[in-house]
Design a protein around this ligand. Structure first.
Ligand SMILES: [Fe+2]
Length: 490
């Protein structure tokens, strides 16, 4: 039986293909349409999925349309039809449809891809139908919701509103605000921000997040006199600090409610890799899937229906590019020229390049950060991440756990002086560990690089430029190389 999971018509559309319980393919729509965070499906994506499996016998949809319609009316967004049968018919998809609640599909995407058979599941995002934070007790195949916080109290909406306040794109550039936080003074605006927006409820009140304002429409009006670059860095720092304090309250409550040692974290806010490491203060093990946001909910919708764990989950689920270049050749080039692209094997699901659609560079070179930021047309303050052989990670980073294969945690670097290209202002790095079982071809490349240079890591950033999706197929690879004048090895 062929089942397609679909998340679309909001932001970051995606599609997942299952044959019975086997996950065959998953991709964001943007990789095919070339529109960053494309909210809609497109013909090329559908055609690719159709080649993989044929048309589906069943579609699992990532939220409850009628409940969303009610929320939209309640929120003053007017009547919106949300007729998904009609929406899907635009793409010639005419199969029975099952729908699941937004936070349920987030929870299923996170838990059923985890290696745990019991866990506490915490989902934090901007807004589902009404839910903004949910906590679940997971036991075997069962997911039981034990807490929910509702719109308009939302950590995600708060973070997005401040993203917009700093002149960035809400629902897209929250990661830039997170990067800016390291340059700000978190104390300067903290008191004022708390006074204007946040309530930290007494612990007896069973809701860890309460806000004084509905931030759904943003807060561009807040402190209009604060417009300098440093003002924005300080807003970012205070926002991040408030998020971290709230996140700790959520974790404390989740721990109290479930008493589990395993935490599974999902929803778009699980991409806050600066806040995430604190989870290890409360839980022994933490799992965050590579696509915890709505784009992972296409997988989650099917898993909510099937209630099956995926054994040995891999993020390499997208379009395939046949591997041709020997790793030795790539390392030769890197030693000589310091920077190159790689686009080979199956594309990663989620926002991070994990070695198959990556721009790689020598992390030891002091000029590399500037050069890569120039190629990618990004702000100079933006940091880059390292991919490191797993067994060496603790030698160079204060690892809270052995494996961080999806770059979900920022971690203190022990030797920032040696690796200027991959440390942020606060000497942290968003580390990707590459173990023997993770990505065999990328692992081999790192092993050869290490044998030749004595350095067990490479700078690893996504193969795109600012505002564009990562490259997808071989044609994108040729075009990118031609446009930006850098070789991309396949
Ligand atoms: Fe969500």
């Amino acid at each position: 039986m062929i089942t397609w999971g679909i998340s679309a018509n909001s932001h970051n559309a995606s599609l997942a293909v299952f044959e019975d319980s086997k996950l065959l393919f998953a991709s964001d729509s943007e990789r095919f349409s070339k529109i960053k965070n494309d909210p809609h499906l497109n013909r090329d994506l559908i055609e690719y999925a159709r080649i993989v499996s044929g048309y589906p016998d069943l579609v699992c949809w990532y939220e409850k349309p009628w409940l969303k319609t009610i929320r939209q009316l309640f929120a003053g967004q007017g009547w919106q039809d949300n007729n998904i049968k009609q929406y899907l018919s635009n793409y010639d998809i005419d199969a029975p449809i099952k729908t699941f609640k937004h936070h349920h599909t987030h929870a299923a995407a996170a838990y059923y891809t985890s290696p745990y058979d019991s866990a506490c599941v915490v989902i934090i995002d901007a807004i589902g139908e009404f839910e903004t934070l949910t906590i679940w007790q997971a036991e075997g195949k069962k997911l039981k919701k034990i807490h929910s916080s509702l719109y308009p109290d939302s950590l995600g909406l708060f973070y997005s509103a401040m993203t917009q306040r700093c002149g960035l794109k809400p629902n897209e550039e929250e990661y830039i605000l997170m990067g800016m936080a390291a340059y700000g003074d978190r104390k300067r605006l903290y008191k004022q921000m708390v006074e204007d927006f946040v309530m930290f409820p007494h612990r007896e009140i069973h809701n860890p997040i309460l806000f004084k304002q509905n931030l759904h429409r943003g807060c561009k009006w807040w402190k209009p006199d604060l417009q300098s670059e440093q003002d924005k860095f300080d807003i970012a720092a205070a926002t991040q600090y408030i998020y971290e304090q709230s996140f700790i309250r959520v974790l404390q409550m989740a721990k109290e409610l479930t008493n589990s040692n395993n935490l599974v974290l999902g929803g778009g806010c699980a991409l806050n890799c600066s806040a995430n490491p604190v989870a290890f203060d409360y839980f022994d093990n933490v799992w965050i899937p590579p696509a915890p946001g709505d784009n992972g909910s296409s997988i989650g919708a099917v898993l909510a229906y099937q209630k099956n764990h995926i054994e040995n989950f891999t993020p390499y689920l997208g379009t395939n590019i046949t591997i041709k270049s020997p790793n030795e050749q790539i390392v030769d080039y890197l030693i000589k020229n310091k920077i190159c692209g790689v686009a080979r094997g199956r594309a990663e699901v989620g926002p991070r390049a994990l070695g198959n659609r990556s721009l790689l560079a020598d992390p030891r070179d002091p000029d590399i950060k500037e050069r890569v930021n120039e190629i990618k047309q990004r702000e100079q303050f933006r940091p880059f991440a390292p991919a490191i052989l797993e067994e060496h990670a603790n030698d160079y980073f204060v690892m809270p756990t052995e494996k961080t294969p999806f770059m979900q945690f920022t971690i203190q670097c022990r030797r920032p002086d040696l690796f200027p290209a991959i440390v942020h202002k606060d000497n942290t790095s968003r580390v990707q560990t590459v173990g023997k079982e993770d990505n065999k071809e990328f692992r081999k490349l790192l092993e050869i690089w290490y044998a030749r240079t004595g350095c067990p890591m490479l700078l690893n950033t996504s193969l795109n430029v600012k505002g564009q999706p990562m490259i997808n197929d071989i044609i994108d690879s040729f075009e990118w190389s031609k446009t930006y004048g850098l070789p991309v090895f396949n």
